[in-house]
Design a protein around this ligand. Structure first.
Ligand code: GTP
Length: 360
C-alpha cells in the first residue's frame, strides 16, 4: 500500500488515524463474517471455500494484530489481497449469483482514499480491480451454483451487496466529515491570531465592513474602540516575553468573556486590540468599555505574579454615517493616544471634531 520504507505511523496525520480506526472496526466485522462463512461453506459442501475461509480468518486476525502494532501498511496489503483472492475464488467456485464480486468495488474505492498511495498508483490499482470485476463476468458467467440451499442465493446476493457497500458508506461519510472540519479549521487558522485566538487584522477588516453595512441597513449605531495594554514593554522587560505572551492571552480571554458574541474583537497589533461594538450607541459603549476597563484592572494574575495589576487604555468613537473605516480608526486611535497622554487606564471618546470626553 506504500512505496516508502519508513514506518508509516511516523507520517500518519489525523485523517489517517481516523481511517485506521475505521479499518480496524471493519476488520473485526470481516473476521466474524469469515468465521460464519466457514460454517456456511462447510454446510453447503463447498469444502475448498471453507478451507480458504480458514486462511481468510487468519488473514483478518493477523491484520488486526498488525494494526495494533501500528504496521498499518502491511495490514492493509493483507486485507486487500485477502478480499480480492476471496472474491475471485468464490465467483470461480459458486458463480456470480451470490454477489462476492462486489467486494472488489469496496477495495477499489478504499484504495482511492488511501493517502499513503500516490494518486497515480491508487488509480491504477483501482482500475485493475474494476477490470478484474468486469473480467469475472466474462470468465465466470457460465459458472453455476451446484450446492445446497439454492433458494438462499438471492438473499446471500443482497447481503453481500449490503456488506460490500457499508464500509464504503462508513468510510466516505467519515472522510467527508473530516474534510469539512479541516476546512473549518483552516478558515479559522487564516482568520485568527495564533497566540490570542482573536481575529487577526487582515481577516477582521472585511468582517467589520460587513457588520457596518448590516448596522446601516438596520439603522443601528456601531462603535469602534482602540484598546492598548499600558506599559507593556515594562511588563515584558520585568517578567520576560513568555509571561508577556501569557498576559496577552489572559487579556484576550477577558475581552472575549466580557463582551457580547455580536461584538468583534481583533488583535490589531502587538498589545493593541480593536473592538467593534455592534448595535451600541456611544453612551452605552462608553459604559460597557468602562466596565471592561475596571474588570481588567481587577484581574487576578497569580500565574504571573501575585498583586500584579494590568491596566488598559481605550479610545472610543461612534461610527459616523458617512465616515470610512480608515477615518474612524484614525479617530479611535487619536482618542486612545489622548488616554495614554493623559495618564493611561482610561477611556476617551472621540468626537468627529476631535474634542474629547474622558472617563477615568
Ligand atoms: N510578549 C509579547 N510582547 C509583545 C508582543 N507584541 C508586541 N509586544 C511588546 O509590546 C511592547 C509595546 O511597547 P510600547 O509600544 O513601548 O508600549 P507600552 O510599553 O505598552 O507603553 P504604552 O503603550 O505607552 O503604555 C513592546 O515591548 C513589544 O515588544 C507579543 O506578541 N508578545
Amino acid at each position: 500500500m506504500t512505496t516508502s520504507e519508513q514506518p508509516l505511523h511516523a507520517s500518519l496525520d489525523d485523517v489517517e488515524q481516523v481511517k485506521f480506526q475505521i479499518i480496524k472496526k471493519v476488520a473485526y466485522f470481516a473476521l466474524a463474517t469469515h468465521v460464519l462463512l466457514i460454517l456456511f461453506f462447510a454446510q453447503i459442501g463447498a469444502l475448498t471455500l471453507a478451507i480458504v475461509n480458514i486462511f481468510s480468518v487468519l488473514a483478518w486476525g493477523s491484520g488486526i494484530f498488525l494494526i495494533s502494532q501500528r504496521l498499518h501498511a502491511l495490514a492493509l496489503r493483507i486485507f486487500c489481497i485477502e478480499v480480492v483472492l476471496h472474491s475471485i475464488l468464490a465467483c470461480a467456485t459458486l458463480g456470480l449469483e451470490l454477489g462476492f464480486q462486489f467486494y472488489l468495488w469496496t477495495i477499489s474505492s478504499m484504495l482511492l482514499v488511501d493517502y499513503q498511495l500516490k494518486l497515480k498508483q491508487a488509480v491504477i490499482y483501482s482500475m485493475t480491480l474494476i477490470i478484474t470485476f468486469a473480467g469475472l463476468y466474462f470468465f465466470f458467467a457460465d459458472v453455476t451454483y451446484n450446492y445446497a440451499y439454492v433458494s438462499l442465493l438471492p438473499y446471500i446476493n443482497i447481503i453481500n451487496i449490503i456488506i460490500a457497500g457499508l464500509p464504503m458508506i462508513y468510510a466516505f461519510s467519515l472522510i467527508r466529515e473530516i474534510s469539512i472540519s479541516q476546512r473549518i479549521e483552516l478558515t479559522e487558522m487564516a482568520a485568527k491570531d495564533h497566540l490570542t485566538k482573536l481575529y487577526n487584522r487582515r481577516f477582521a477588516k472585511q468582517l467589520i465592513i460587513e457588520t457596518r453595512q448590516k448596522s446601516i441597513m438596520a439603522d443601528n449605531q456601531i462603535c469602534v474602540v482602540m484598546a492598548d495594554i499600558d506599559m507593556f514593554k515594562q511588563i515584558n522587560d520585568t517578567y520576560g516575553h513568555d509571561k508577556g505572551d501569557a498576559i496577552l492571552t489572559i487579556i484576550a480571554s477577558a475581552l472575549t468573556n466580557q463582551l457580547n458574541s455580536t461584538d468583534i474583537i481583533v488583535r490589531w497589533g502587538g498589545e493593541e486590540f480593536l473592538i467593534v461594538l455592534a448595535n451600541t450607541n456611544e453612551a452605552d459603549a462608553f459604559e460597557r468599555i468602562e466596565a471592561l476597563r475596571n474588570h481588567i484592572q481587577a484581574l487576578s494574575l497569580l500565574s504571573i505574579k501575585p498583586n500584579l495589576t494590568i491596566t488598559m487604555s481605550f479610545g472610543l468613537i461612534e461610527w459616523r454615517p458617512l465616515a470610512s473605516l480608515e477615518k474612524t480608526l484614525q479617530q479611535a486611535d487619536a482618542a486612545l493616544y489622548k488616554s495614554k497622554n493623559d495618564g493611561r487606564n482610561m477611556t476617551t471618546i472621540a468626537t468627529p471634531e476631535q474634542d474629547y470626553m474622558i472617563g477615568v
